[in-house]
Design a protein around this ligand. Structure first.
Ligand SMILES: CC(C)(COP(=O)(O)OP(=O)(O)OC[C@H]1O[C@@H](n2cnc3c(N)ncnc32)[C@H](O)[C@@H]1OP(=O)(O)O)[C@@H](O)C(=O)NCCC(=O)NCCS
Length: 209
């Protein structure tokens, strides 16, 4: 089924919200890097979220693909988190082409051993992979968290077999904390994770000029 802002049932409050947001020429920018922006998601992004989260290939190391409803619900969840808590996720935009190339999140982690720490995550669609986009948006997220959100440490979790993703974190200076088996409510079936950690002190030391 193709969920869009315009085929939601009449009277569904999300429909009005979607129409209002989709007619807005401006996207709310969370932060930007040389080539990319992270922007707040809205209902016009449902097809993009379906492409990212309902694909077997994209979700190969994250349990099983979402249903279209689950993918769309992620937009609402993130926007609620932004409005109520000041963190969430968004759409990664290529500034040059304005294409939506993936998603990224900056949240407070639910990983039991790291409660109170921030967490980053990223997804880049296959046609845009291999351009160091994940490294760039995650580097921007780290900078945003340490400089603007005053985070003390940032955690990330990656399936041990997800080599490109593990590499992204290693390149950014995250330290490998070993493999855990946390139950991830948002990603059923994603039952083994390598944990990566970056403290503000290490980041500052690594980025001293
Ligand atoms: C993981 C993912 C975000 C990487 O996106 P990307 O934009 O291609 O990543 P980058 O180009 O910034 O960096 C990838 C790095 O991994 C390396 N790499 C790619 N394939 C690799 C492999 N099979 N083994 C080892 N390293 C690999 C790249 O060479 C690059 O490192 P380098 O800069 O030192 O050359 C993307 O593959 C993706 O979205 N996958 C599906 C969703 C997912 O797994 N997200 C992460 C959840 S934890």
């Amino acid at each position: 089924m193709g969920l869009t802002a315009t085929n939601l049932p009449e009277g569904d409050s999300r429909k009005d919200k979607g129409q209002a947001l989709s007619s807005s020429p401006q996207r709310e920018i969370i932060f930007e890097t040389a080539r990319l922006q992270l922007v707040r998601a809205n209902l016009i992004d449902i097809p993009h979220f379906v492409a990212v989260y309902c694909s077997q290939v994209m979700m190969a190391h994250l349990g099983s693909p979402f249903s279209e409803e689950q993918a769309a619900a992620r937009i609402d969840t993130w926007n609620t988190q932004w409005n109520e808590l000041g963190w969430g996720g968004g759409v990664v935009i290529d500034k040059n082409t304005q294409a939506s190339i993936g998603t990224a999140k900056i949240i407070l982690t639910k990983l039991p051993d790291y409660l109170g720490s921030h967490e980053v995550g990223y997804m880049i669609l296959p046609q845009y992979q291999g351009n160091r986009f994940a490294s760039e948006i995650t580097g921007g997220a780290v900078k945003y968290l340490f400089e603007r959100a005053r985070a003390q440490q940032i955690v990330a979790d990656v399936h041990p077999d997800n080599s490109p993703s593990n590499r992204v974190l290693q390149k950014l200076g995250f330290l490998n904390q070993g493999i855990k088996s946390y139950n991830q409510a948002d990603f059923p079936g994603y039952d083994q994770q390598r944990i990566w950690l970056l403290t503000q002190d290490k980041w500052k030391a690594d980025n001293k000029t």
